[in-house]
Design a protein around this ligand. Structure first.
Ligand code: 5AD
Length: 367
């Protein structure tokens, strides 16, 4: 019988191995998993955690995803779209604070007005963030949903170089259950391929603890990341949201959900090695030190929220979102404590690109 220590020392894992690791219950076993993932993180991506200042540009959304607090059908929130000045100022604040990168995230819109608005925000951030510390300006990540290849190319030409688009679940049946029929699994997969084709560093991820999801599904999610040659992973626990049309099915017990989310981070690290993995804010909705725990289990990216406080309460994708009224500077000291509590240091003033991207592009160009 394989012991846990020999399982953790493996360099490749079967689906059954992955399910075993995701299902660990004994605290000593979980500590061993955490330590293995943490050491591998140090070897594969170093001992720094990179910040990406998150700007929630707008909560106006054309889609109606059943799980999401800002879905179109939720009439109980006030809709907003920041001005270009607000977006650019928040991004420049992150550059001045040494973050190296920012993320622009918003509800999904595909109209020309929105596309051009993002294009001009990106161009201005890029131009105005060039400094001695950041000779190529801020790294800019977009998280703006499914768009056409042409739109991805426009935003890339304006200066963005990373894109996050979660698959939410790689099980087409689960995907179908949590989305209206107008949203198709195949289209999402094709969008991830388009992003690669447009030259982005591509990020995806899933929600953990979705109703009906099994450990085998989560193992398949990790295989899905590998099959798409993904560079960055952002995964978080599924937490019910107000205005959500899945309220009747509930959610996992918060403690069990936190444990499963952390094991998912660790196992993803063990299987995928050199990708960037975010310790997402949603972990902090389950435990005050949720992000520090994510870092201890193998994450190497954190996304401090820089959205102006006046609108933040209207961007609640799920209930209990932390830090709704913390000023960015206040948040920063808390986050630094999290990074240090996770045994890491902050990678100031650098983009912190995923090593996986450098390796896959070098491999593609050499052969
Ligand atoms: N719980 C957790 N994560 C959520 N997201 C949306 N709604 C929820 C929720 N209720 C996540 C989705 C989306 C990302 C921007 O936020 O995974 O891709």
């Amino acid at each position: 019988m394989t012991t846990l220590s020999s399982l953790l020392a493996q360099t490749s894992f079967s689906d059954a191995d992955i399910v075993t690791l995701l299902g660990l219950k004994d605290p000593d076993d979980i500590a061993a998993l955490r330590e293995a993932a943490y050491s591998l993180t140090t070897v594969e991506v170093g001992d720094t955690v990179h910040y990406r200042g998150l700007v929630e540009v707008s909560n106006i959304c054309a889609l109606d995803c059943h799980y999401c607090g800002i879905r179109r059908g939720n009439r109980d929130i006030e809709r907003y779209c920041l001005t270009k000045d607000d977006v650019v100022d928040a991004a420049l604040w992150s550059a001045e604070s040494g973050y190296g990168s920012c993320v622009l995230q918003a509800g999904e819109r595909r109209d020309e007005g929105f596309i051009a608005f993002i294009e001009s925000c990106v161009a201005e951030i890029k131009e105005r963030s060039v400094s001695q510390q950041l000779p190529h300006g801020l790294g800019i990540t977009l998280s703006l949903g499914e768009q056409t290849l042409e739109t991805y190319r426009r935003w890339k030409a304006a200066g963005a170089h990373r894109y996050l688009l979660r698959i939410e679940s790689s099980n087409p049946e689960t995907f179908g259950r949590i989305h209206p029929p107008t949203q198709r699994f195949e289209t999402r997969v094709a969008a991830l391929a388009d992003l690669g084709q447009a030259g982005y560093q591509v990020g995806t991820g899933v929600m953990i603890g979705l109703p009906g999801q099994t450990l085998a599904d989560l193992a398949a999610d990790i295989r899905f990341y590998a099959s798409c040659d993904i560079d960055m992973i952002g995964m978080g626990p599924y937490i019910v949201a107000s205005g959500n049309s899945m309220l009747d099915v509930g959610m996992m017990d918060p403690q069990a959900l936190l444990g499963l989310s952390l094991r998912m981070i660790a196992v993803t690290r063990l299987v995928l090695h050199d990708v960037n993995i975010a310790s997402t804010t949603a972990l902090e909705a389950l435990a005050t030190d949720g992000r520090a725990q994510g870092i201890a289990f193998g994450a190497n990216v954190a996304m401090p929220n820089l959205t102006p406080r006046e609108v933040r309460q209207n961007y609640q994708l799920y209930q209990g979102k932390p830090g709704l009224d913390q000023a960015p500077a206040q948040q920063q000291s808390g986050l630094e404590r999290s990074v240090e509590a996770g045994g890491r240091r902050v990678g100031w003033n650098s983009w912190g690109d995923p090593r996986h991207f450098g390796r896959r592009t070098a491999a593609n160009s050499s052969g």
